[in-house]
Each structure stands twice: as C-alpha cells, then as structure tokens.
Design a protein around this ligand. Structure first.
Ligand code: NAD
Ligand code: ISE
Length: 338
C-alpha cells in the first residue's frame, strides 16, 4: 500500500523531503503541496506530477491525502498540526513542534483528546547511526553512569534574520531533544552564558553562546552553539561517565594524503551531515503510517523540548538559572519507541 502525502511548505527542507520521498524512499508518494509562495509550490508540483493547493488547510482536507508533512516556518506549525489532528490524519512536523511551550501544549491536549498518536516531530538525530551507537553505549552501561555531556553545534554562517533566541529555538533545540533521549532523563535547570562575541556575527546576534542544562538526576549538559563558526558545519558530543568516555563518531570521509597534508574534509551543509538520518526517519514514519502505529518522537517530546527552550530563552534574557517544569506525561506518551 502506498501512502499519499501532502506537503505544506516547499522551502529548503520541504523540497529535500519531497526529493527523498520521490527518489530515495519507498511506500509513499507526494500528491499535493502548498506554500504561502504559491508560485514556488506550483513549480514543484509541476515537476512532481502532483498538484498545488492554495492553502495548507486544503492539503489537510483533501480526500486523497492520507498523511501530512509540515515543513513551513515554525510559527505556522501549530495551526497545521492542530488541523491534521482534527482531520484524524497522521502528521510529520519538522522541528520545532511549535514555537512556544503553550502552543505545544495545545497540540498535546488535542492529540490526547483524540486518544491516538498522530503526530511525529522531526527530531532526526534520534535516527543518526552515530547517536544510536552512543545511546547503545549508555544503555549497556559501557561508560558507567553518565555524569556530564559536552556538546557543540557549529554552523558556518547564518542569515541576517537569525536572532539570539533562534540559537535556542532553531538550533540548540536539536541538542535539547537528543540529550534528553540519549540520557533518558528530564531537564530541571537552564542557564545561558555569553563568551566573547565573534566579529563575524551581525550586530543583533549574540554568538557564540554556552547553554548549561542540569537533569533531574544531576547530569550536567553543556552546549556550545556557534552559528558563525566559518570553517564548517560541525556537531560534537562527548559523554563522560563514571568509568569511561564516549564520543559521537565523525561523519565518515576519506582520509586524504595530498600536498604535504593529512586531512579529512569537514562538511559545511547540515543537509549532508544528517542525510542518512532524514532518510531513516521518514522511511520509518512512512512504515508507521502504513501500520497505523506512530512511534517516533512525539508531541510530548516536542513539548518537553519547547518548555526547555522557553527556559533557555528566559535564561538568555535574565542571566539567571531558570527552573524547568514539565508536569506529568500523559499515558498516551508512555510507549514512545524511538
Ligand atoms: P524555509 O524558509 O526554506 O522554508 C519555509 C517555507 O515555508 C517557505 O517556502 C515559506 O514560503 C513557507 N511558508 C511560510 N509561511 C507559510 C504558511 N503560512 N503556509 C505555508 N507555507 C508557508 O525554511 P526551512 O529551512 O525549510 O525550515 C522549515 C522548517 O523546517 C522550520 O521549522 C525549520 O526549523 C525546520 N528545519 C528542520 C531541519 C532539521 O534538521 N530537522 C533543518 C532545517 C529546517
Ligand atoms: C536548522 O534549522 C536545522 O535544523 C539544522 O539541523 C541546524 O543544524 C541548524 O542550526 C538550523 O538552523
């Protein structure tokens, strides 16, 4: 059985997901797309042999659309995810689930009221082979109980519209989710420190930043987020446990001996760094839609990340250590597999 997918938002990652569904994955096809920039959606629909709908609501309501992918900008996610839940259709929503914890809570409540998991959030690092190896090391107790985690999220550069809070809501949100999943623990405190600012950052952007998180069991997670790092797209993660240290593997690449240098190329594009993870993530989502059992990162995970992100943004603004409180996890989310 092939799943008919509708895609809302045909920008950067929307186009990338459409390409992978049509060219790399099996079990689904894209039948309808939309974008606020309708001309862009129409040109993509033409290439696909699908159709462009004039609004996201039309995509969700369309009879031939079985499941929805939301890849529009973050501030529009809530409206589309809520509409998909109301229509009873599975929805894969790119991160962030919504831009505030309150909006994520509304999604959570709607899904709980519907009594069935329909939402998956695009936290693709949970599908990355390297992070999965790290998770195995932790779960098997190879390095003993984890005590600390040191992470870095470096982008070569960002656009002028990138603001200081986006370092949290757009970028560190990945580490917030991944470390919570990896350590199987919830955060209780957040703090943000500002090192010396790079001259490469725009006037309105504080860059780099250091985000400090503490979990309920006392594990300390530090994340360096540096979005004008120039030299490449570089994701680092090191876990320090009671009996050993485990590090995220580097992406595999040729070790080059040339021109009197021994070197390995560093990637510059996030799409290439996690290309395999996006493939696995969406392929598993397609299978889960077909089987009627959504099991990937849930609305609860999106909500937990948003509560933590809100605390980090408050910490950015106040310079204080901010408490993080999630409340209780509804029974619907007790069995998330991934
Ligand atoms: P983008 O700006 O390239 O694309 C967003 C698209 O949404 C644009 O084409 C825009 O016209 C469209 N849009 C805006 N408002 C809309 C509306 N109301 N209805 C329909 N379409 C609308 O951005 P992007 O980089 O593709 O990011 C899109 C989303 O994906 C963001 O939430 C972002 O955080 C997320 N993202 C996730 C990853 C990841 O690694 N998982 C990577 C990149 C982006
Ligand atoms: C982007 O939106 C992503 O989600 C990428 O994975 C991340 O690395 C980048 O910093 C974000 O801007």
């Amino acid at each position: 059985m092939s799943i008919n997918v509708g895609v809302i938002g045909t920008g950067n990652i929307g186009q990338d997901h459409i390409r992978r569904i049509t060219q790399a994955l099996s079990g689904a096809r894209v039948v309808a797309v939309t974008d606020i920039d309708l001309a862009r959606a129409q040109s993509i629909a033409k290439d696909l042999g699908g159709r462009a709908e004039s609004t996201g609501q039309n995509v969700i309501a369309a009879k031939d659309v079985d499941a929805v992918i939301v890849t529009s900008i973050g501030s529009t996610h809530e409206e589309y995810v809520l509409a998909a839940i109301a229509a009873g259709k599975p929805v894969f929503c790119e991160k962030p689930l919504a831009t505030t914890a309150a909006a994520c809570k509304r999604i959570l409540d709607a899904e709980v009221a519907c009594g069935k998991r329909l939402v998956q959030v695009g936290f693709m690092r949970r599908y990355d082979a390297g992070y999965r190896l790290l998770k195995e090391v932790v779960t098997k107790g190879v390095i003993g109980a984890p005590l600390m985690a040191h992470c870095a999220h470096r982008n070569p550069t960002v656009g002028d519209n990138y603001t200081t809070d986006m370092a949290i809501t757009d970028t560190v949100i990945h580490e917030i989710d991944t470390m919570r999943w990896l350590l199987d623990d919830e955060y209780v405190f957040a703090q943000v420190l500002y090192p010396k600012k790079t001259r490469k950052a725009s006037k309105h952007l504080a860059d780099p930043q250091i985000v400090l998180l503490e979990t309920a069991t006392g594990i300390r997670v530090d994340v360096e987020v540096f979005v004008n790092a120039v030299y490449g797209y570089d994701i680092q993660c090191e876990l320090v446990g009671e009996t050993g240290v485990a590090r995220l593997p580097e992406p595999s690449n040729v070790l080059l001996r040339s021109e009197a240098k021994l070197s390995v190329e560093i990637l510059t594009d996030w799409k290439k760094r996690f290309i395999a993870s996006y493939d696995v993530e969406l392929q598993e989502w397609i299978h889960s839609v077909a089987s009627g059992k959504i099991s990937g990162p849930s609305s609860w995970d999106g909500y937990a990340a948003a509560v933590t992100a809100d605390a980090c943004v408050e910490a950015q603004k106040t310079g204080k250590i901010v408490k993080i409180e999630l409340g209780s996890r509804p029974a619907l989310y007790h069995s998330t597999v991934i």
